[in-house]
Design a protein around this ligand. Structure first.
Ligand code: TRP
Length: 329
């Protein structure tokens, strides 16, 4: 059995990009028999960006409810809240003591902020908290604690997995073979889902379509998706069409073929938008109801996550003890 692990941080409303890029592939991998999946709400990672307690709590429940509404089966997946597993934070500290500061200086997310600050003449660490700086180490602790073999993530996370590998290697070298070296699994074709403006769908660009949007608002957002100004009757290219890229994620194979033909013959963008709305709405109708039910019953979510935490701690408690023995506590 191979352990496959991934987390989602509660820093924004879950959108179609999160679903296509992370949740859908993770749920599919969870169905494979040789994988033992471990999925969690990365709330401590979320805290690096969140300062509004109410919103943070709401978004944390939202991440959990999203996984469950989309079909995660807590009997088959170890499913928990990161902050319910204190062993991760003890390991985080132990790994911190093995991490060179220089390595963290070169982490992409941190470096991008520093570069941005410098380019506008601000002090280089402006707006950087220590949680953000240490982010990759906590993520390594998440991964190494459960002897993860495979991490399904987006391209932007590759460096984090490499840092986790480096830390595992350093530890193993110093204290003897302890950690499994994790690998990443990137869903190539769906890695980047375009947003309303054609850039990667991302909360930071404000171009997202929330996954559980109500039908009327969903239609409105879809109507905002950028297109060119070709008239309805001219033949259109599916390759560079944001609408088509989204459509093929939700339509059946037959529908995709038909849409390709309609593009070739000439179809109005308004009509494509209508069809896109239909397929997305068809897909989310049921999960949206389930999501709403769960969000109305936080106690149910708490219970499921608590049971998951017990299963996770059955692994993390003895393993942390082994790690502490090796280090010399
Ligand atoms: N950094 C990940 C993201 O932003 C979230 C995350 C936290 C994670 N810990 C993880 C992903 C461990 C995979 C494994 O998407």
């Amino acid at each position: 059995m191979k352990t496959i692990l991934t987390g989602i941080k509660p820093t924004g409303e879950i959108h179609l990009g999160n679903y296509i890029g992370a949740i859908k592939p993770a749920l599919e991998l969870a169905k494979i028999d040789d994988y033992s999946p471990v999925y969690f709400v990365a709330d401590y990672h979320g805290l690096t960006k969140m300062t509004d307690a109410e919103e943070f709590r709401h978004l944390s429940y939202g991440v959990a409810a999203t996984w469950l509404a989309l079909g995660l089966d807590p009997n088959k997946v170890i499913f928990y809240r990161q902050s319910d597993i204190p062993e991760i934070f003890e390991l985080n500290w132990i790994l911190s003591c093995l991490s060179s500061k220089g390595l963290m200086n070169r982490a992409h997310a941190y470096k991008a902020i520093v570069d941005e600050n410098r380019s506008v003449g601000r002090e280089s660490d402006y707006g950087v908290n220590m949680g953000l700086f240490n982010y990759p180490i906590l993520m390594a602790a998440d991964i190494l604690m459960f002897k993860t073999d495979v991490v399904p993530v987006g391209k932007d996370q590759i460096q984090h997995i490499e840092i986790a590998r480096d830390l595992a290697e350093s530890f193993n070298h110093l204290y003897g073979k302890t950690f499994v070296l994790p690998e990443y699994n990137i869903q190539e074709e769906t890695a980047v889902l375009p947003g309303l403006d054609g850039r990667k769908m991302s909360k930071s660009y404000g171009n997202t379509i929330p996954l559980f949007e109500e039908p009327a608002k969903l239609q409105k957002l879809i109507n905002k998706i950028k297109t060119d100004s070709l008239p309805p009757e001219s033949p259109k290219d599916t390759e560079n069409s944001i609408l088509f890229m989204l459509y093929k994620e939700f339509a059946t194979d037959a529908e995709i073929e038909e849409m390709k033909e309609r593009y070739a013959k000439g179809i109005g963008w308004g009509e494509v938008k209508q069809e896109l709305f239909q397929v997305i709405n068809r897909f989310i109708e049921r999960p949206r109801e389930k999501y709403k039910e769960l969000m109305a019953s936080p106690a149910t979510i708490d219970r499921i996550l608590k049971e998951g935490a017990e299963k996770a701690r059955a692994i993390s408690t003895p393993f942390l003890q082994e790690i502490k023995d090796k280090v010399g506590f």
